[in-house]
Design a protein around this ligand. Structure first.
Ligand code: URA
Length: 279
């Protein structure tokens, strides 16, 4: 950046002060400016770019009514069509990467869609909230500090190599805010397709944003965690036992809560190795 002229009396100019403050924040890792409330750009009509489902899809798939959400039916219909046409995980990853219907793609993601990592035939699917900065940069979910803790806990519970890890949304929400229900609804057909292709025996729902969206529940994660609940796909054709647990990012801030998360993992491994135990 070219040097900015100083104030004639030698005091820093307003611009120099602003630049110095921005540099201070950037050094501290602040990479986004957020308002207190997320701006609903779908509602505001600013993003995403218009999604035009093919006439065949518009005729076949009735728009999914989602109470209280802005009208995301065109984006959801297009996601349903693309997801249904993907017959394996590589095709699904390519379809998600090309999908322009989720506003997060334009708002938060600096580089790429982040879909999954792990074993495509895993008996357990771990579903987090959404990618952060490290995931956005590397193209894989849970590869930052929280991901390292997650891997350590899964490893200690004997689950290493037995999981596929993904998220409720596939692009980083700006400033790591919680994804909105509308963003989760747009990504849901892809997430359901991942579940259909992998056919895990059970789901581990990591954090409140994941548990509430997949289980369509209002309660917070502290009341949902550790309880076996049923996940059901939007069309009712798939269902699986699902166990909500605490998010590793929360555990990094509240190490005292690790005990509860560990107890959830033990509950899960016991059931995974004894699959016919009823809910
Ligand atoms: N937190 C999540 O919920 N998912 C990630 O992929 C990374 C951090």
């Amino acid at each position: 950046m070219p040097a900015t002229p100083s104030h004639p009396n030698g005091a820093p100019t307003a611009r120099q002060l602003a630049e110095s403050l921005l540099a201070f924040w950037a050094d501290g890792g602040v990479d986004a400016m957020l308002l207190d409330e997320a701006v609903d750009r779908i509602e505001a009509g600013k993003a995403p770019p218009p999604v035009r489902p093919s006439p065949a899809v518009a005729a076949k798939a009735p728009p999914r009514a989602i109470d209280g959400l802005p009208d995301v039916s065109a984006a959801v219909s297009q996601a349903q069509q693309l997801a249904a046409a993907a017959h394996d995980l590589p095709a699904l990853v390519a379809a998600i990467a090309a999908f322009e219907g989720c506003p997060l793609r334009y708002e938060g993601a600096a580089s790429q869609a982040v879909v999954y990592r792990g074993d495509p035939a895993a008996p357990l699917m771990v579903i987090g909230e959404g990618p952060g900065a490290d995931e956005d940069a590397q193209g894989q979910p849970f590869v930052g500090r929280a991901g390292k803790l997650l891997d350590k806990m899964l490893g200690a519970a004997g689950l290493e190599g037995r999981v596929l890890i993904t998220n409720t949304v596939f692009w980083r929400p700006p400033g790591n805010r919680t994804p909105t229900l509308a963003e989760q609804a747009i990504c849901a057909p892809f997430l359901e397709r991942i579940i259909a292709l992998v056919q895990p025996r059970m789901l581990l729902l990591v954090g409140g944003a994941s548990a509430k969206s997949l289980l369509r529940r209002e309660e917070g994660i502290l009341s949902l965690r550790g309880r076996w609940l049923e996940w059901r796909s939007a069309d009712g054709s798939q269902d699986l036992p699902a166990l909500p647990t605490l998010h590793p990012a929360f555990l990094l801030r509240q190490p005292g809560a690790k005990k509860s998360a560990w107890s959830d993992l033990l509950t899960l491994t016991e059931r995974l190795d004894r699959p016919d135990r009823p809910l």
